[in-house]
Ligand binder design. Structure first.
Ligand SMILES: Cc1ncc(COP(=O)(O)O)c(C=O)c1O
Length: 422
């Protein structure tokens, strides 16, 4: 191991994780590539877990930020009115809300996804006066205690060190055997005053479960869920933290589904450049917050406002970027199906949010390791880390996407050859 890494093993907490899979010192990053200290280039199919949908260090975002810093734009202003915030709000209204006929207030919370989820859950409980929230099998919503209660993963839940309360778990779309409808079960339980299920404050759901293994909810299921929420006076919260900002082929992941969530949580690729920035979108009639009721020193990151505005003006003034993402997603689906088909596996996901289910965490991890040896950064997801997940930047060039997929195909080959020989 390079001596440059000694500081990490000597001083950084055992909590470190991704760096264990990719133990090199990264020095620079550009577009869809990370560059190590020895000059080796890696194609990035992890993209900060969908935080870098527009790639590393987009030149227009960099320029706007450098210009803002050099002219002494406000870096930190608590939640005071700043030029950067005003510009972002106006751009979000113009390019995202108005063209989609969406009427939402913007709440700037602490800069992590988990903080946006905490705010969303608090708001649902405050408005409805209820405590229980329905979350779904394999859902991932963050690791602070409120969000963690809604997260399914037992490893993360185990880290809480105390009971996680206030959440009822229900089956996600496709969780039960074919023909068994989880929504029908929920509907029946909610209608039965003796079922033991309390009327919920909210249903919190991802349209595609990123950490949970790329499970996809159908539009029909999402509409059924919205109907249940309406019938029982509960919020529908769509957690678009990983699936949003274009990952599935539209700005919001639910745009084609004909639903209108009460609350939408956003983070990850919102700033575009990878700066911490999270936001809650809430319907105006739910905006019952008192001033600073959910506060935080870093609510509203002015540098992120600057780069986020660039993302909106560069990628979202019309449908052309979304169309490109959908085309790339179709190409990705075809290539993954070829790789999976050769080894008798299935593919999962939607848009540029796809992967291969190898049904075994050890095999998936060996494939990712073989990919890394060959210059590809890729990770797994799913309850047993059994899904090899492609999260390439949406802006990746076709030839780079194909080069990464060639490496992935080779990683599958060598892993299976090695397993067969063992
Ligand atoms: C759907 C979803 N919600 C919430 C979170 C938590 O976001 P953060 O890690 O920024 O707290 C994540 C992170 O992966 C996520 O994928």
């Amino acid at each position: 191991m390079s001596s440059a890494l000694d500081a990490f093993t000597r001083r950084e907490s055992q909590i470190r994780s991704y760096c264990r899979s990719f133990p090199v010192l990264f020095e620079r990053a550009s577009g869809a590539e990370l560059i190590a200290e020895d000059g080796r280039r890696y194609i990035d199919f992890l993209a900060g877990c969908s935080t870098l949908n527009y790639g590393h260090n987009d030149p227009d975002m960099k320029l706007a930020l450098v210009d803002y810093i050099l002219r002494d734009g406000v870096t930190h202003g608590l939640d005071m009115y700043t030029e950067a915030k005003a510009d972002f709000i106006e751009a979000f209204e113009t390019h995202i809300l108005k063209p989609r006929d969406m009427d939402y207030r913007l709440q700037f919370c602490g800069p992590t996804g988990a903080n946006a989820v905490e705010a969303a859950l608090k708001l649902a409980r405050k408005v409805t006066g209820r405590q229980q929230v329905v979350a779904f099998t394999n859902g991932f919503h963050g690791v602070t205690l409120g969000a963690l209660a809604a997260t399914g993963n037992s490893y993360h839940r185990g880290g809480a060190g105390r009971p996680l309360e206030g959440v009822t778990r229900m089956p996600y779309d496709g969780y039960l055997e074919q023909g068994t409808k989880g929504l029908d079960l929920m509907a029946r339980m909610l209608d039965d005053p003796s079922s033991g299920m309390e009327p919920p404050a909210a249903f919190i759901v991802e349209t595609v479960q990123g950490e949970g293994g790329l499970n996809v909810a159908s539009a029909e299921w999402m509409r059924g869920l919205e109907k249940l929420a309406r019938k029982h006076g509960a919020f529908l919260i769509v957690d678009d933290i990983q699936a949003g900002c274009g990952r599935t082929g539209s700005f919001f992941s639910f745009e084609e589904m004909g639903i209108s969530p009460d609350v939408i949580t956003m983070a990850k690729s919102l700033s575009g450049l990878g700066l911490p920035f999270a936001m809650v979108l809430l319907k105006p009639e739910h905006d019952v917050w008192g001033p600073a009721e959910h506060n935080g020193t870093f609510r509203g990151n002015n540098h992120a406002f600057v780069t986020a505005k660039v993302t909106l003006e560069k990628f979202w003034t019309d449908d052309s970027f979304a169309r490109q993402v959908r085309d790339k997603g179709d190409h990705l689906a075809r290539r993954l199906a070829e790789i999976a088909g050769k080894h008798n596996y299935g593919t999962k996901g939607r848009g540029m949010f796809r992967g291969i289910d190898v049904r075994d965490g050890e095999i998936a991890s060996a494939i990712c390791a073989a990919g890394f040896e060959r210059g590809l950064i890729i990770e797994t997801s799913g309850p047993n880390d059994e899904v090899v997940k492609v999260l390439a930047p949406l802006t990746i060039k076709q030839e780079t996407l194909d080069a990464g997929l060639d490496i992935l195909a080779e990683a599958f080959e060598v892993t299976h050859r090695a397993a067969a020989a063992a």
